[in-house]
Design a protein around this ligand. Structure first.
Ligand code: FAD
Length: 146
């Protein structure tokens, strides 16, 4: 079966430490496992960067739901293509709270990334997410309260 990978960047409209973020994490946990999806979601005070991977129809169906979600806006597709092997096979949806580290994405790619999304360096962003995932054997790093 063809495995597909999709990456997007969006502007977050939720508190990274709040209940809405916890709900996103829980929906991802529940739905992705059922759909055979894996991936990784970086979030901080104003940005989401997510990779979804799995059967193409499932990836596209979840992405359609995500695009309609009012908890973020300015959604930019960065990459979508078939892959030979999953990059985040251990996670139904790995989560990384970049806000705790003062905005790692901004540190790596500069401020105002969402305004430069058209020129995004997809392989570099994938490396960024892979680097964050290395050495983490927890499946979900949920926000600490809720
Ligand atoms: P539920 O999980 O039952 O919904 C839980 C609660 O979330 C609802 O009670 C409601 O309060 C809230 N909610 C649900 N949909 C919306 C909405 N459209 N707008 C505002 N609040 C809402 N879903 C996945 O399945 N896999 C993912 O990997 C994934 N990643 C996401 C990443 C981001 C950045 C965002 C913003 C959302 C993501 N979602 C993901 C959620 C997705 O957009 C849908 O909300 C979800 O798939 C609906 O699942 P459900 O029908 O089981 O609803």
């Amino acid at each position: 079966m063809e495995i597909f990978s999709l990456m997007y960047l969006s502007r977050s409209l939720v508190d990274p430490e709040g209940l809405e973020m916890r709900e996103i994490a829980l929906s991802s946990q529940r739905n992705n496992a059922r759909r055979g999806l894996t991936g990784f979601l970086y979030y901080d005070c104003d940005t989401f960067l997510q990779v979804l991977e799995g059967p193409r129809a499932e990836v596209e169906s979840v992405y359609d739901a995500i695009k309609r979600d009012s908890r973020h806006d300015r959604i930019h597709l960065i990459a979508s293509h078939p892959i030979l092997q999953r990059a985040f096979g251990g996670w139904s949806m790995g989560l990384y709270d970049g806000a705790l580290d003062g905005g790692l994405l901004t540190e790596r790619f500069g401020a105002g990334l969402i305004d430069r999304a058209q020129e995004a360096d997809a392989p570099e962003m994938m490396r960024f997410l892979r680097d964050l995932s290395v050495g983490r054997d927890d499946i979900y790093a949920l926000p600490s309260h809720g």
